[in-house]
Design a protein around this ligand. Structure first.
Ligand code: IVH
Length: 687
């Protein structure tokens, strides 16, 4: 090959290699395999070794060329590299629009529209091209003076070493509706500056952290830190070893274009990677929809984004709005809610799933993560609790990413005070008291009683059913899901649920979580009779629950009652009294009721529907045949007027209402000195 031929071949190879780069990094449509690209690069490198006089600074072989530096050279930016003010809610954005509207009028803003961009979590850099060739790459520094990191930035393949304008113009003169064509050539010939974000793709970030972990070295907190660390390396070879990427977001050089979105199109034609998920939005409502969409979908992106940059799309208006402090007025950074937060583990409870599997669940101080309040996190199994060394009382980092169930990432062990308690799997099932078993070689523990969790599901279903707490939206499927996810172990846990606990579950969108939490809050105040029914005590249906409520008036009185009090109650059999005592004296049930109250459940005292409580909780026993009413009617009246009925006379009885031929109850009343009323006297009391 002659020298001339070599020069020509070098030029063809450079063009071909840059075309491959463009297809791969910018268009995301690779046109050749890596092996083919490598082969072309090898040929180019060989030719350049033979004819070093043809090596140019924009040759793809020069990406990892520079020698290590002693220190970085300072660079004065052509115009300050500004920062952005933050917004954290739709309200903040609405206020921002209001401020702008005050300055220039809402009409102008409407005409302009907004350009929304994904905010990359990396490091801001500036790239300067002279006569179309990459000459200077700088960090932001303090915004006025940065550092020359040209050689490091050259290692990033998505940064073009020379602009593609002449090629794009001749090959496709109307590329992007002629945007490139409408820009004056001299703009690029002299000097062109591009700003954007250098960042580490998600997969590389995770890989690097895994390597750090293996080496026992501290993990990088976020991709931004690694990007910064990689770019501020004195030896470009280290930067080259990190798979950094670049996404442009602005052209500070005056291009003469009218819209900010067009600058992105232009940059793409020039060979830069632009974000194809960016979008023109015509109103703030469109902006809100865009934010919502990406808040949910961002986990699926191959890079990390921490927010949305919303900007006035009209360049002239943007400039007119100017700068306040260090930030342009016409652009704002909406920050996604933080996906990590800290909380304290108040307890580790054990939830029993439908298959009987026992799952430890951390009950935490409610805390705001990713925009909603979270109070529980599954700990999966005992091994996981051990591996992460989670103790009751620990301060933990919790993470809730996108649609994923909240998880305890790690314990901040430095914050321990020695009072933390180690979790131990119970030996008996917390639901039914049955035996807990663990099969050989398996991590999970199971309750040996097959009916156990089904009973639990049924009791929760009964608790929220009609006549009880009446909570809409809690069908059996949802209850099962809540139990299986470890969010609910008993019905009381429902009252501690937070929107953020529900959102990640299947079938729960943001709105339905909100509706359910609202329905639960509304159900917190309950009538005594509905409450008694909800407890699901054997033999206590709605009628019996109402009778008990009338008889005892308050939960406190009911809890204090003894078997005799129940037996004396009219209409109660021994079986019912026994079942009531069995339930109400059981420590587990007393705890459950207290738990309900601690979660804000208010049980109202029973109020007789009568306005005047004439009989004022007095206890009556009716005996003999009455003249103007049957015994049943007398009972009804007594209750209606606020009294209580008993079936036998005791020192606690206030009155015995005696008709014709009274039985032994009359005699007992006399012996005990209980006041005996005739029918006339009784009716007199009611007047
Ligand atoms: S526009 C005045 N667009 O976020 C600065 N910035 O909080 C113009 N960033 O310093 C910024 N992605 O480093 C813009 N698509 C994007 C961005 C972006 C990431 C960074 C940038 C800037 C910071 C502002």
């Amino acid at each position: 090959m002659t020298k001339d031929e070599a020069e020509k071949r070098i030029s063809v190879l450079k063009k071909e290699i840059d075309g491959n780069r463009y297809a791969y990094h910018v268009l995301d449509e690779p046109r050749v395999s890596d092996a083919v690209d490598d082969s072309l690069k090898r040929e180019l490198s060989d030719l350049e070794t033979q004819y070093p006089e043809f090596i140019t600074s924009d040759s793809p072989t020069q990406r990892v060329g520079g020698e290590p530096l002693d220190k970085f050279v300072k660079v004065h930016h052509s115009s300050p590299m500004l920062s952005l003010n933050d917004a954290f809610s739709e309200e903040d954005l609405a206020k921002w629009q209001e401020r702008l509207a005050k300055l220039v009028g809402i009409e102008k803003i409407k005409q302009s529209g907004y350009f929304c961009e994904l905010k990359m979590d990396g490091l801001a850099v500036s790239l300067t091209y002279k006569n179309g060739v990459f000459k200077l790459g700088a960090t932001r520094g303090d915004g006025v003076v940065g550092e020359d990191v040209t050689n490091n930035l050259k290692t990033i393949e998505s940064i073009p070493l020379s602009l593609r304008h002449s090629e794009a113009k001749t090959k496709n003169p109307v590329a992007n509706n002629g945007i490139l064509h409408s820009v004056q050539d001299d703009v690029f010939k002299k000097e062109l500056e591009i700003r954007g974000e250098a960042y580490l793709p998600r997969a590389d970030f995770e890989k690097l952290n895994q390597e750090q972990k293996k080496k026992g070295q501290p993990l990088y907190a976020n991709p931004r830190n690694i990007a910064a660390g990689s770019i501020r390396q004195l030896d470009p070879k280290i930067t080259a070893g990190r798979n950094l990427d670049f996404m442009m977001y602005a052209i500070p050089t005056d291009s003469g274009l009218k819209k900010h979105s067009e600058e992105h199109d232009l940059a793409r034609d020039l060979g830069f990677r632009t974000n194809q998920n960016n979008k023109i939005c015509s109103s703030l409502d469109d902006v809100f929809a865009y934010i919502k969409h990406w808040n949910k979908e961002r986990e699926k992106l191959p890079y990390q984004t921490d927010g949305i940059v919303v900007g006035i799309n009209d360049e002239k208006l943007f400039k007119q709005l100017g700068v306040v402090g260090k930030a342009p007025r016409g652009q704002i950074a909406y920050k996604f809610p933080a996906e990590e937060a800290t909380s304290v583990v108040k307890d580790i409870i054990v939830q029993v799933g439908r298959t009987g599997k026992l799952t430890p669940v951390a009950v935490m101080e409610p805390t705001l993560v990713a925009g909603s309040v979270v109070s529980r996190a599954t700990l999966h199994n005992a091994d996981e609790v051990k591996r992460k060394d989670i103790k009751i009382g620990d301060t933990v980092i919790i993470r809730k990413a996108g649609d994923v169930i909240p998880e305890v990432v790690e314990v901040i062990k430095r914050m321990r005070n020695g009072d933390e308690k180690t979790f131990k799997m119970p030996e008996t099932c917390p639901i039914c008291g049955g035996k807990v078993v663990k099969r050989e070689g398996e991590v999970d523990y199971f309750c040996a009683d097959k009916n156990c969790s089904i009973r639990q599901l049924r009791s929760i279903s009964h608790f929220v059913a009609k006549g009880a707490f009446e909570i809409d939206g809690l069908g059996p499927k949802i209850i099962e899901q809540l139990v299986n996810e470890g969010l609910v172990k008993d019905a009381a846990d429902l009252f501690d649920l937070k929107e953020g606990d529900l959102e990640p579950l299947e079938r729960f969108a943001e709105q339905s979580s909100k509706n359910l939490v609202e329905a639960i809050i509304n159900a917190k105040s309950i009538e005594l009779d509905s409450f008694i029914y909800a407890l699901g005590i054997r033999h206590v249906g709605t009628q019996m629950a109402t009778d008990l409520a009338k008889q005892f008036g308050s939960l406190e009185n009911l809890m204090k009652a003894d078997e005799g009090d129940f037996e004396r109650m009219y209409g109660i059999g021994g079986k019912v009294a026994e079942s009531l005592i069995e339930y109400l004296k059981d420590e587990k049930n007393i705890k459950f009721i207290k738990k309900l109250q601690s979660f804000g459940v208010k049980i109202k005292n029973y109020h007789s529907p009568v306005s005047a409580n004439k009989l004022d909780n007095k206890t009556f026993v009716v005996t003999g045949t009455l003249e103007t009413m049957t015994r049943d009617e007398a009972h009804k009246r007594i209750v209606q007027y606020g009294g209580q009925i008993s079936s036998s006379v005791s020192p606690k009885t206030d009155y015995v209402l005696a008709g014709e031929n009274p039985g032994s109850k009359y005699d007992k009343a006399r012996t005990l000195g209980v006041k005996i009323l005739t029918e006339q006297e009784f009716l007199g009391l009611l007047k």
